[in-house]
Design a protein. Structure first.
Length: 183
């Protein structure tokens, strides 16, 4: 029988995979031409320090002291990345979006893992809880609800990238995660 925490981990991993897939599809052409490195080893260390993330990615050490988990083809972690890894979009990526709505949707997409784990325990994000024994004490109801809303938002964003439109209801759902312009 799966524990509630294991079910939460599975849902969070599913969310991460979906976010990664869309971010890669949206950003890969810009990133492929870029000569800057937006990844930092100190950020990668967060993935090792967090018991929740470490359980997801199953890594004990960085691949490189200088580049963390970064390889020539991008981050080597299939899941268990710190939320900031999804939230950061450089000016080049943002300027390559067709319009402000696409920029807003991309920002919301990147925010989904952060939103899903907010206020898990005493105001801490799920990934900021550094004592593994405290993970069983999180506010499961709120985090599970945030995760479900994030997964629903992910479905909306997947549909948006297919047809380029957002219904009023979809805008309301995404608005619960972040700002969506009416343009």
């Amino acid at each position: 029988m799966k524990t509630r925490l294991n079910q939460l981990r599975e849902g969070y991993a599913e969310l991460e995979r979906g976010v990664q897939e869309l971010v890669q599809a949206t950003c890969s052409s810009t990133c492929a031409l870029c000569t800057s490195c937006c990844c930092r080893a100190d950020i990668c260390e967060e993935a090792l320090e967090s018991p929740f993330l470490r359980e997801l990615h199953q890594q004990d050490d960085l691949l490189s002291d200088r580049y963390g988990f970064l390889t020539e083809s991008g981050c080597s972690l299939p899941q268990g990345r710190p939320p900031i890894c999804y939230e950061f979009f450089c000016d080049g990526i943002l300027s390559d979006q067709p319009d402000e709505l696409y920029r807003d949707v991309l920002r919301i997409l990147g925010r989904l893992p952060a939103f899903a784990g907010e206020n898990a325990l005493n105001g801490q994000h799920l990934t900021e809880i550094m004592d593994a024994s405290q993970l069983e004490k999180i506010n499961f109801e709120d985090v599970e609800a945030q995760l479900q809303l994030s997964l629903h938002a992910l479905e909306i964003i997947q549909a948006f990238y297919t047809d380029g439109t957002l219904t009023e209801r979809s805008r309301q759902v995404l608005g619960q995660i972040g700002l969506v312009n009416d343009d």
